[in-house]
Ligand binder design. Structure first.
Ligand code: HEM
Length: 454
């Protein structure tokens, strides 16, 4: 596969057939995941689709993903969906800012995510998971998707802001639901101008953002006034971080970064765990192997960071779950100028999407791609695989800053809960993946819990 330089001329990518006026919007909205996969199978690795008012070029070859995310990343910026839907909530936080401003913020925040720093959070993660396991009852049915959201939110709150904000976790979770409702409204996808009108959904959105603002500014203010020196949480690191010129972050920058980390830092990991429970419930032999590892590594004591090297199968379970159900199921970019890619021209302002969901289930890169087989990661697959055939955390300079945090957290929470319970997913409501901002189980994940130990 060849990639090329920037270009003013050249052919536009072939367009997938669609309906007059609606283009491919209805097929996309009916089943975004199915649509993206069948479009690649029918039309190849570079194809244009019409979704709402936008023409989007789908890129389905790892070479092309690498070209955009890594090799020529400076030709691209975040896509229109992110700019118009998430920026109003996240402001100029790390996920949505661009250029020199983003570079500076990333440099300031990076030390807070250093492996040595996040290692200190292992005990907090295990303590929260143990408390949840203590509340679970043998034989009860519950929505563990909600449990995972709450658990990871509490963990981000405590590690990021210190214990004081734990009380706000519920209010934040509630406000985030209000934000999500409007960001994923299909009507606004078609008629973007609706965003400017005070519809009931928009008013709910504004109230939710205002609530989040009050909480975030309150926490920042409280910490500034406390006069506390540098403590061990991320907020403290951000407050005390200095750029090369000695400057510190303003309250608005801190608010944007905190909001971003709150949002990006809990839902993705929660979903990774929800999908893992779903997959384990379908594959009892994988669950059995996981328990053997947990029992050998931990016997009767809680996990610590030091146990991670002995929990390799658990980390393969998490990696394989991220392959089949990547919470960030699609990543998008917008061309800053005319770009030639995969032999076609994407004009300035053109949108490209590449979809971990589809690429990570492509039989060109994975044997038996639909099967949940954590064992596939035991050999040297990670070394031989194209680097961008598996990219649940993105890549290039904009790769996920929380990757190490998330991987550590997912393994620690999984083993802490699985040590105590077997999770049996109920047949009803059916588990259906919903490609919203993130990939979620549409009706939650309703399970029956079975205690493993008295
Ligand atoms: C399983 C868990 C997670 C997944 C699958 C995930 C996935 C991703 C992906 C794919 C991107 C790149 C988006 C793009 O290129 O447009 C990203 C960026 C980001 N993630 Fe994560 N993430 C996870 C957990 C976390 C956690 C725990 C945090 C923070 C505590 C976090 C914070 C961020 C931030 C701030 C960015 C933007 C980085 C930048 O552009 O500099 N993520 N994440």
């Amino acid at each position: 596969m060849t990639t090329a330089t920037t270009a003013k001329t050249g052919t536009l990518p072939p367009i997938a057939p669609g309906l007059p006026f609606f283009g491919n919007s209805l097929s996309f909205m009916r089943s975004p995941l199915g649509f993206l996969r069948t479009t690649r199978e029918r039309h190849g690795d570079v194809v244009r689709v019409a979704i709402g008012p936008l023409h989007v070029t789908l890129l389905s070859h790892p070479d092309l993903v690498e070209d955009v995310l890594v090799t020529r990343n400076r030709l691209w910026q975040k896509d229109r969906f992110l700019q118009s839907n998430l920026r109003p909530v996240l402001g100029d936080g790390l996920l949505s800012s661009e250029g020199d401003f983003w570079r500076r913020q990333r440099r300031l925040a990076q030390p807070a995510f250093h492996r040595d720093r996040i290692a200190a959070y292992g005990d907090i993660m295990v303590a929260h998971a143990s408390r949840l396991a203590g509340r679970w009852r043998d034989g009860e049915t519950r929505d563990v998707d909600k449990d995972m959201m709450r658990l990871t939110l509490e963990i981000v709150a405590e590690t990021l802001f210190g214990a004081h904000v734990g009380d706000h976790a519920e209010a934040v979770g509630h406000a985030l639901e209000g934000v999500r409702g409007v960001v994923t409204d299909p009507l606004e996808l078609f008629i973007p101008v609706l965003k400017r009108f005070p519809t009931p959904a928009r008013r709910r959105f504004d109230r939710a953002v205002a609530k989040l603002d009050t909480i975030m500014y309150g926490v920042i203010d409280q910490r500034r006034k406390s006069g506390e020196g540098e403590t061990n949480d991320l907020l403290s690191m951000l407050l005390h971080a200095r750029d090369e010129d000695g400057s510190r972050m303003s309250d608005k920058q801190l608010r944007d970064e905190c909001m971003t980390l709150f949002l990006a830092g809990h839902e993705t990991t929660a979903l990774n765990l929800s999908w893992t429970w779903h997959l384990l419930s379908q594959q009892p032999h994988v669950a059995a192997k996981l328990w053997r590892e947990i029992d050998d590594a931990l016997a009767d004591r809680p996990a610590t960071m030091a146990d991670l090297p002995n929990l390799r199968y658990a980390s393969h379970v998490i990696a394989e779950s991220l392959r089949l159900y990547p919470p960030a199921w699609s990543i998008g970019r917008e061309a800053r100028e005319d770009v030639e890619i995969g032999g076609y021209r994407v004009p300035r302002g053109g949108q490209v999407w590449f979809c971990p969901w589809a690429i990570q289930r492509d039989s060109r890169w994975f044997d038996d791609p639909e099967s949940f087989r954590p064992e596939r990661w035991e050999g040297d697959l990670a070394k031989t695989l194209h680097r961008y055939a598996y990219f649940p955390f993105g890549g290039g300079p904009r790769f996920c800053i929380g990757q190490a945090f998330a991987q550590m957290e997912a393994v620690l929470l999984l083993v802490t809960l699985a040590r105590a319970f077997r999770v049996e997913v109920l047949r009803k409501p059916k588990v259906v993946p919903e490609a919203s901002i993130t990939l979620r189980p549409k009706h939650g994940l309703h399970v029956r819990l079975h205690a493993r130990r008295a």
